[in-house]
Design a protein around this ligand. Structure first.
Ligand code: DHK
Length: 149
């Protein structure tokens, strides 16, 4: 059975493509999903790809990733990056590599975007590579798994 990586997206990312395109670009969330599936395929992985505007639902999906024995998790927590201890606590449960992705370079933006709770649980953080950051994250997860095997 192919190994599964969960790719979770936080609030407002359902509007990718039309939301502040000068910052987030023109690619839609459906484009990002395709990108992730293609990147995963190259590494013999499959992807569960989801987006939610609700913190608890994201927590549920992290718990699901744990229950389903996902081999890694990529998360763009979006607006929950700077607020969610609940998402952080759920991520702490996972014993597999986690990579945090931000489409924009959050450190170049407003001060209130700089601090991430999620980074405490992440093995790596990718910020500012646009949506390609998701493909880089999947490649990163693949190499972390290979290094462990
Ligand atoms: C996306 C968001 O929705 C913001 O809340 C973050 C992040 C940045 C991104 O760059 O992907 O501050």
């Amino acid at each position: 059975m192919p190994k599964t990586v969960y790719v979770l997206n936080g609030p407002n990312l359902n509007f990718l493509g039309t939301r502040e395109p000068q910052l987030y670009g023109r690619a839609t969330l459906a484009d990002v999903e395709k990108l992730c599936r293609a990147a995963a395929k190259q590494h013999g992985l499959t992807v569960v790809f989801r987006q939610s505007n609700h913190e608890g639902e994201i927590v549920d999906w992290i718990q699901e990733a744990h229950a389903k024995k996902a081999v890694g998790l990529v998360i763009n927590p979006a607006g929950y990056t700077t607020t969610s201890i609940a998402i952080l606590d759920a991520l702490f449960m996972l014993e597999v590599p986690i990579i945090e992705v931000h489409i924009t370079n959050i450190h170049k933006r407003e001060e209130y975007r700089h601090h991430s709770y999620i980074s405490k649980a992440a093995r790596a953080v990718i910020a500012g590579c646009g949506v390609q950051g998701y493909a880089l994250a999947i490649a990163g997860i693949a190499s972390m798994i290979e290094a462990k095997d």
